[in-house]
Ligand binder design. Sequence first.
Ligand SMILES: [Zn+2]
Length: 647
Amino acid sequence: MTQTSQRHGGPIRLTASSTTGLRPAKAGEITGGLWADRRRINREVSIPGGWNRLHQAGNFHNLELAAGRSTGDYVNDLPFLDSDVYKWLEAVGWAFADPALSSALADRLRQQLGETERLLRDAQQPDGYLDSHFQVRFPGERFVQLQWGHELYCAGHLIQAAVALHRTTGDLDLLEVARRVADLVVDTFGTEPGKVDGVCGHPEIETALVELYRETGAESYLERARYFVDRRGHGLLGEGRFGRHYWQDHVPVRDAPSVEGHAVRQLYLLAGVADVYMETGDASLLHPLERLWAEMVTSKTYLTGGIGAHHSDEAFGDPYELPNERSYCETCAAIASIMFSWRMLMITGESKYADLMERTLYNGFLAGLSLDGQRYIYANPLQVREGHMARGTDGDYQRVEWFHCACCPPNVMRTLASLQHYVLLSSEARAVLHQYMAGRYAASVAGGEVWMEVTTDYPWDDTVTIRITRAPAGRWELALRVPHWAQQPTLSVNGTAVDSGPTDGWWVVGREWNDGDEVVLVLPLEPRFTVADQRLDAARGAVAVEYGPLVYCLEAVDNPGHRLDDLTVDTAVAPEVVSVDGPLGGVAIIRTAGRVRPRAGASWWPYRPAGEPAGDEPGESVPLTGVPYYTWGNREPGAMRIWVPTA
Ligand SMILES: [Zn+2]
């Protein structure tokens, strides 16, 4: 990436009048470290593999049926298979902006894109309608099965794919298809006589329509997004299988006291509400957004950043109901949380949103993809027990190549492919570096464009070096996030220590900068024990090990000879990093002191009278070996746990 203007823009491109404190960076390129490696695998393995998987799974077949090119039945009993194609297309769109994309792969993706666009144009009906499930299985029926039909959800993903491709390549073909769908949605829905007054059972259209407004300037899209936000919560969807909470139709978002129901639905909705707030300035939406984010984080978020405690309805549980071995933590919910927090960070400029983004990226999100980029996991547990019975369902705890309900894989692809946009933000006064990924980034401040080069091996190394490669004239501020876990960080500018210290999670340096100025931030990395709120029963009496932004886990393969549920950790001995190059590649391995817990009082069943001695054998000492949670499940199957009881 050269320091010249190019087609730019990530998943959000604000209008000039947006109500935000911070705006997305102009450009970015991740050039090294953990995320560059993950993005390489995504680009070279996952995205190309997605084309094959979508063909094998029948997604393209269904669209060919809708286009009249093929005969047979709609494949799969789920109505939203088109959305997986669209999310894959969005990933392809972002991949085109990746300077590391090889010309051979770019050619292949262009050919696949062309084929897919021709297919979608053929499948689209004269008035713009496009949804293979309804065209094939319920011809003529439209927007009457809003509970489960997912028509607007699919339309939203089509819009996002078209916007991505338009931003990175100038492609107008898919944008034309998407606009015709969006125009039909605008014409169909509303409170006026003759229109359909309804909302989709699965939010997604809201955020997509706002982005289409940003891309095209057509205010009708923004107005309809606002309509969908306003009309939700009035019982238009009815009870359904799981009640109105499930699809957030039990209460209008402005009055909602807590996050409820299906986690992905809730957070896609809130991302869309945040988008509507940013573009309309409707102040009545801001406090609910802040309140609901806080409520989620206070009592409904796992240590990994994962969310969603219920398997049955993929939903939030009660406050502090966060079971480990039955955590749901859908990979898509982690992505939705990142989407929501990123918008809140832009709106407020508060570091806590970037902190949660980081935690979720490194743990709840990244665990959703195998290290080789070929297998995915849908529900991410914090514990897998000895003897775990694999049942071969989507909710099972091992990575598989694809799913019957394959929402997560292409969602991972589009997130990794656009990740460089989630690093730097800016306002008139300051450039705000909130994630630490080696690369080159550019943002606008009042005086002009700021370009910077970030060098770091974070999270394996504690030093982040930022070299200003182009500094606009005049005074402006560089704000660096200091994560909540960082103890005694240090900062220097051109070798001179800065002693101001961080405030509210930001270390801000304001001055007149020159090209070549160098800022060094050190976030000391020490493995640490973490305990949970006493109300979180599933983690009581236990600790987790964390290292920088990473949550660690024990895996059976690293702790042979004992059952994991017999092991305790000795917190009197500090955990230490013992290796940065093990079987999982260059990741930090952490060793802690532990013991094998004697099975005192073991009898014919797992209970004994209270007060009966639990045995005074201290148990055999044994070292415990932990690996980053995101790497779990990449070797032989076996037990795993994050929370380990204390001795
Ligand atoms: Zn999913």
